[in-house]
Design a protein around this ligand. Structure first.
Ligand code: IPD
Ligand code: CA
Ligand code: CA
Ligand code: CA
Length: 269
């Protein structure tokens, strides 16, 4: 039963939106004529990114005409307490190189709280989702789902961490703190993009962090991590996906990691 907080219909809609773009993004992933452009920030964008976002936006504006929308490729439209946040393809660099680790991220934020998140990774044959108050799940459909739960690893020396490139940590002036965090863990791997955070929700990874992210890179992941029992904050400890960077953990390790990355931080965070 997914209904207690009243987001049941929104979660179902997010699944319908993901269903409707999975086939189209998969077709483009396999196609030999993918059109790749370079954005002003020198990152790639393809006709698949744009096509998926267009398809989601047009369905959303029919299904939820009063809700606002923010998408990576076509920006923001509308105002109000409810806003859908779309990353049509997270992991475009993987997508263009034929690596199957990419996903469509769909989130509903209500009054500033991410309440529904769906991550659909058709090339991996996986989907993860959550809605506020009802838990986080993975599976082929709402009907065939298993509940996600974070790990109970309590020591950094037993922890598995996923991160991204070192450049952002250097730019943040935080590289020494980050490398000593790396050295304190049991294992560090760059699983990348949405996948790091879904692995935290699955209990397969204990810490995921990144020094530079946009709202659409993170929003859908917040309910998935938190409803699985984990914690999602900025690197400074502010709750939610609004800080321009991310730290997701199993919750147990969260304050120790915050403390290592920010030696001057309030130890109560
Ligand atoms: C990227 C991914 C990646 C992050 C980059 C993002 P995109 O998103 O989220 O993990 O390190 O900063 O731009 O462009 O593939 O949607
Ligand atoms: Ca991009
Ligand atoms: Ca992204
Ligand atoms: Ca994207």
């Amino acid at each position: 039963n997914f209904a207690p907080q009243g987001y049941n219909d929104d979660l179902r809609l997010a699944h319908v939106l993901a269903d409707s773009v999975d086939a189209q993004t998969m077709d483009r992933f396999k196609a030999l004529d993918l059109r790749i452009e370079t954005k002003p920030d020198l990152t790639p964008v393809t006709d698949a990114d744009k096509g998926a976002e267009e398809a989601i936006r047009s369905q959303l504006s029919r299904a939820r005409p009063r809700d606002a929308i923010l998408g990576e490729e076509f920006g923001s439209i509308g105002h109000g307490p409810r806003r859908w946040i779309i990353d049509p393809i997270d992991g475009t660099k993987n997508f263009v190189r034929g690596v199957p680790v990419w996903a469509t991220l769909i989130c509903l934020v209500d009054e500033g709280v991410p309440v529904v998140g769906v991550v659909s990774a058709p090339a991996l044959g996986k989907r993860w989702w959550a809605s506020k108050g009802t838990g986080a799940f993975t599976g082929k459909s709402l009907a065939a789902a298993s509940r996600l739960k974070v790990s109970n690893v309590s020591k950094l020396s037993d922890a598995s961490m996923s991160y991204s490139s070192l450049k952002g940590w250097r730019e943040r002036g935080n590289l020494d703190e980050f490398t000593s965090l790396m050295d304190s863990t049991w294992r560090t791997r760059a699983y990348g993009d949405f996948w790091s955070y879904c692995l935290v929700a699955e209990g397969a990874v204990d810490i995921a962090c990144e020094p530079e992210l946009n709202l659409y890179d993170m929003a859908a992941l917040v309910p998935i991590v938190t409803e699985a029992g984990g914690r999602f904050t900025s690197l400074e400890g502010a709750d939610g996906p609004f800080g321009g960077n991310a730290l997701a953990t199993n919750g147990i390790l969260h304050s120790e990691v915050l403390q290592m990355l920010n030696p001057n931080l309030d130890p109560l965070l």
